[in-house]
Write a protein that binds this ligand. Structure first.
Ligand code: SF4
Ligand code: SF4
Length: 444
């Protein structure tokens, strides 16, 4: 049975919808004790996960049951913030009424950041600590985003991943949560949300904490695009994401007071990991080059951004620096062994959680924290540009050529033999316009 489920999930091209896009069929191959359905949507302003829990409850629970069956887990928990009361009530009601054969319950999270980080979630719900550089499987748990669970339910009936639910907010006329074909240009999303309310803007893909600034409105939606935020080009969220490493290093040298607040509030440090961002800042400021054992600690940084957006009184950017260091070390194949065997949660873990309200004030995005409409209809788009790499691992190999006719759901990119990866599928019906190393363009 497990092999059958894993095959269907692999065939459907499912990847972790809430993170870096780890291919889901790989993590379903192991036995675990507990499955966590992650509906935390902890990034400020993003809301598609709780909306899905409220509007697609049956399918999400079906996906959760499937994962339990596949991993032989005895228990599963849907994790969602208490503040999303309608979603909490709905899922509790359905669990109670349907008499699930399996042991499924709901865990209500507080409104803090980063409640949806897998490591924090595992600690909060199960009281276990995922080791440095590890994954939840190390503590016999598997965490699946609720949209991935929805996709898993779809895969069991032969439906591949062709669409993505996401939030469109910020400086748009009608903020929405909607479902769009993968490969849809970001400009089309803004149009769907009634257009931008300002003439000059930048687009953040993902949340204000962990997202990045889009190069242009022509960038496509991928399987991991949880939302876009339209902001004025000079808004601090956009500005901070465009700093250059040398400039950050120069500023760190002159402005870092070594107060260690970034370390005190670092969620990974609070669960006992040996990450101390203030030491990375100190090393970078006073040592030439970008090497040194302490810098390799960047490899265990989640890039949550608490240090940069909330903790640092000098508005420095340990997170951006860690992100650059991580890329460098990953490219060089540097492996960082865990420095600790046991991990002790800080006694300050609860008191140092970052309240979302205060975080939004700090980010100056409170005015965009509205309740967007849920647009559940099918969105038609003329052309999609589907990336062959929307996941961790190797890019998919295109199996179509320019001029081919495709139907929605047809496989257009296959996982290279023996590699870690995910299939890609046509997200609309039409003719393949072009195929290159990065994208497959389909015109309807
Ligand atoms: S981004 Fe900063 S706060 Fe978050 S894990 Fe990395 S060092 Fe810690
Ligand atoms: S919080 Fe800012 S000033 Fe303080 S040690 Fe960290 S980077 Fe330096």
């Amino acid at each position: 049975m497990r092999a059958d489920i894993v095959d269907k999930v692999r065939a459907a091209g499912i990847v972790g919808a809430g993170g870096a896009g780890f291919p889901t069929h790989v993590k379903l191959q192991f036995e675990v004790q507990q499955v966590l359905g992650n509906g935390a949507s902890c990034e400020p302003l993003l809301r598609s996960d709780p909306y899905l829990v409220e509007h697609q409850t049956d399918l999400i629970l079906k996906g959760l049951s499937t994962v339990m069956e596949c991993t032989n887990a005895g228990k599963a928990t849907i994790c969602i913030k208490s503040k999303h009361d309608r979603a909490v009530e709905k899922v509790k009601h359905i669990i109670a009424g349907n008499g699930f054969a399996r042991d499924i319950d709901v865990f209500e999270l507080g409104d803090y950041y980063p409640a949806g980080d897998e490591f924090i979630l595992v600690n909060e719900v199960l009281g276990k600590i995922v080791p440095e550089g590890g994954i939840p499987l190390n503590v016999l748990a598997v965490v699946c985003n609720v949209e991935s669970l929805l996709n898993i339910a779809g895969a069991m009936t032969g439906h591949p991943v062709t669409d993505r639910y996401l939030t469109v907010c910020g400086e748009v006329r009608h903020p929405i949560v909607c479902k769009v074909p993968i490969g849809t240009p970001l400009d089309e999303l803004i149009r769907l949300a009634g257009g931008s309310s300002i003439s000059d803007y930048g687009i953040v893909i993902g949340g204000p904490m962990m997202g990045r600034v889009a190069a242009s409105g022509q960038e496509p939606v991928t399987k991991t695009t949880s939302g876009i935020i339209v902001l004025p080009p000079h808004h601090n969220v956009i500005r901070d994401k465009q700093k250059e490493i040398e400039r950050m290093r120069f500023i760190a040298k002159s402005a870092c007071t070594q107060c260690s607040r970034c370390t005190d509030l670092c969620p990974r440090n609070l669960i006992g990991h040996s990450l101390e961002p203030h030491k990375i800042m100190r090393h970078l400021a006073y040592t030439p080059g970008m090497d040194g054992e302490i810098l390799e600690d960047a490899l265990i940084c989640s890039e949550c951004g608490v240090c940069e957006k909330f903790a640092c009184p000098m508005m420095l950017s340990p997170r951006e620096i860690n992100a650059v260091l991580k890329q460098k070390f990953l490219k060089e194949g540097v492996k960082r062994e865990s420095k600790r065997q046991t991990f002790n949660i800080s006694p300050f873990f609860d008191t140092r959680k970052v309240p979302l309200k205060r975080l939004m004030e700090r980010l100056e995005v409170t005015k965009f924290d509205t309740h967007p409409d849920f647009y559940s209809g099918e969105f038609k788009v003329e052309e999609v540009k589907i990336p062959v790499k929307q996941h961790l691992g190797e890019p998919a190999q295109p199996i179509v050529r320019a001029g081919d006719r495709v139907k929605k759901g047809d496989v257009i990119g296959e996982i290279p033999k023996g590699a870690l990866g995910a299939r890609v599928h046509a997200s609309i019906e039409g003719t393949v316009k072009s195929v290159d190393d990065d994208h497959i363009v389909i015109h309807s």
